[in-house]
Design a protein around this ligand. Structure first.
Ligand SMILES: NC(=O)c1ccc[n+]([C@@H]2O[C@H](COP(=O)([O-])OP(=O)(O)OC[C@H]3O[C@@H](n4cnc5c(N)ncnc54)[C@H](OP(=O)(O)O)[C@@H]3O)[C@@H](O)[C@H]2O)c1
Length: 209
């Protein structure tokens, strides 16, 4: 599958892109800064310049799947959270529908809630609105909700649950492995699940979601 990675230069998405470069899939890294191109050239991965605050149709066209791993991050204001994590995400879903991209995998978060009162409620609300929109589309979606992200080595031992509220940690490497594995796992279509570091081999865990 030709797979567009949105937010490809990010910490998790770079790991996703590396894994895809070594897989049977054909990754395309969506970046918004041309200076990031060299990193992907070294991996032998094609790049496309696009920004979620503007139309991204040119990036989506011709792809078979999207992995959305972008995010405004904790250093920008609430306005960017809405523009990227909420509206930008929905923009990418609409582009997928318009251009016939059936498969859509969302890197989300545990504790999303449109009425969140958490210390990062603006983020949890924005992500919840995007996830809720995705569930209402006709896309073949999967929503993967990690806990706090770490740079620990990947173990591919995880814990998954349909319960999306909670706490725990998820290594970005395990998360990247899960996002990529979902592409080849039809059982994950139409599912939302939390993904924490745990004891169950990833493939086995994904077969139970
Ligand atoms: N941090 C946590 O503990 C945590 C917990 C649960 C879920 N999450 C979710 O996991 C996601 C990935 O985390 P991470 O640490 O891997 O993220 P990250 O390193 O902050 O990467 C985010 C990526 O999004 C890109 N981006 C931002 N604005 C964009 C725009 N307008 N258009 C296109 N791309 C844009 C950034 O591009 P540039 O490289 O150009 O800046 C960056 O590459 C987060 O965004 C969050 O939603 C995080």
């Amino acid at each position: 599958m030709k797979v567009l990675i949105i937010g490809a230069n990010g910490n998790t998405a770079t790991r996703v892109t590396r894994r895809l470069a070594e897989s049977a899939h054909d990754p395309v890294a969506m970046i918004r800064n041309p200076s990031h191109r060299a990193k992907f050239d070294k991996l032998g991965v094609a790049t496309v310049l696009a920004d979620l605050e503007y139309p991204i149709d040119h990036a989506v066209q011709g792809c078979d799947a999207i992995i959305f791993a972008a995010g405004s991050g904790g250093k920008t204001g609430n306005d960017k959270t809405v523009l990227i994590d909420h509206i930008g995400a929905i923009r990418s879903m609409v582009a997928a529908q318009v251009h016939g991209v059936r498969r859509y995998i969302m890197l989300s978060s545990i504790n999303n809630d449109i009425n969140s009162q958490s210390p990062i409620a603006h983020y949890h609300r924005a992500k919840a609105h995007a996830d809720n929109h995705l569930v209402e589309t006709d896309l073949d979606y999967t929503i993967v909700c990690p806990g706090g992200l770490t740079d620990e080595a990947g173990t591919e031992l995880v814990s998954v649950s349909a319960e999306l509220q909670g706490k725990g940690l998820t290594s970005r490497e395990n998360l990247a492995a899960a996002l990529v594995a979902c592409l080849d796992n039809d059982n994950s279509v139409g599912k939302s699940f939390s993904l924490l570091d745990g004891d169950t081999p990833l493939t086995e865990a994904l077969s139970t979601v």
